[in-house]
Ligand binder design. Structure first.
Ligand code: CP
Length: 308
């Protein structure tokens, strides 16, 4: 039993069996990384290049650590300190890296579809570490894995994703992943930040934060992606926070105790207050911890498909 895909370009490429295989493999790797000796030889002699054309803290470090825990050899490439600024194309950049005998490329890129494009033009296996406002598959996998870990199962659970759905790759990948696993999904935010097509993905839409929170088991709070906004989508951040920010007063007034997630980076005091982010209902650091095990599982399983 292996994955049904040679690359991980998006959750849209995974079926339910693939996701469950990744989770079961991540369970094993989570045990491994909690042992005194955290390293296994599974990817010895595999070379992985992490190429980041956009800033990252969690995803880049998590992939690097996952690769080291699996004993892979790694190369780290940041576009800001490379020859990209001298006019080199994406294909030329990657083919030059591949000439150094690289097997797998983990790529973050500001343009949607960059990973798909690359997978059609180079020989290496491609892992999408976030492409523009399109997909962020490993984030969605670690989010669903964290829900499964806390609530036992994802099937039948109610998850609301709150905030800038329009510009969020995390939102789209989460919706696709959670729906594959049988969860009920709602999105909540101002009308201007919810894409018109969203209903076609089988999600509910709610504009009232309190109603959404009273409905859900888990609230995934997203950052406002100001860097991707070409126009103003709401009058001010202060007004956004008043209507869609989650604070302890709202959290404590709900009919039930919900779990709170956030993919990071957090803008404390905008979409979430510090007392919520640091509360016992918050899964934020569990998500980061689980990211390493989930990415180990993805890399390990993809390496098994290298000749596919
Ligand atoms: N969640 C996430 O993708 O964070 P980074 O941008 O820091 O990688």
């Amino acid at each position: 039993m292996g994955l049904s895909t040679r690359h991980l370009l998006g959750i849209k490429d995974l079926n339910r069996n693939d996701i469950e295989l990744i989770f079961n493999t991540a369970d094993t790797f989570k045990d491994v990384i909690n042992r005194p000796i955290k390293k296994v030889p599974s990817l010895r002699d595999v070379t992985i290049a992490n190429i980041f054309f956009e800033n990252s803290t969690r995803t880049r470090l998590s992939f690097e650590l996952a690769e080291r825990r699996l004993s892979a050899d790694t190369l780290n490439f940041a576009a800001s300190s490379s020859s990209v600024s001298k006019g080199e194309t994406l294909i030329d950049t990657v083919n030059n890296i591949l000439a150094m005998k690289v097997d797998m490329v983990v790529m973050r890129h500001p343009y949607a579809g960059a990973g798909v494009f690359l997978s059609k033009h180079v020989k290496a296996q491609i892992v999408n570490a976030g492409d523009g406002a399109h997909e962020h598959p490993t984030q969605a996998l670690l989010d669903a894995f964290s829900i499964r870990e806390k609530l036992g199962d994802v099937e039948g659970k109610k998850i609301v994703i709150v905030g800038d759905i329009l510009h969020s790759r995390v939102a789209l990948s989460n919706i696709l992943c959670l729906k594959q696993l049988g969860a009920e999904v709602m999105v909540c935010g101002p009308t201007t930040l919810i894409p018109k097509y969203i209903g076609s993905l089988g999600v509910k839409v709610e504009h009232d934060l309190r109603k959404a929170l009273n409905w859900c088991d888990v609230a995934n709070m997203l950052r406002i992606q100001l860097e991707r906004q070409d126009i103003k989508y709401f009058p001010s951040l202060r007004e956004y926070t008043m209507l869609y920010g989650l604070d302890k007063q709202i959290l404590d007034s709900l009919d039930k105790e919900i779990l709170v997630m956030h993919p990071g980076p957090i803008n404390r005091g905008v979409e979430i207050t510090s007392d919520v982010a640091d509360s016992k209902q918050s899964l934020i650091l569990d998500q980061v911890e689980n990211g390493v095990a989930v990415r180990m599982a993805v890399l390990y399983l993809l390496a098994g498909q290298s000749g596919a």
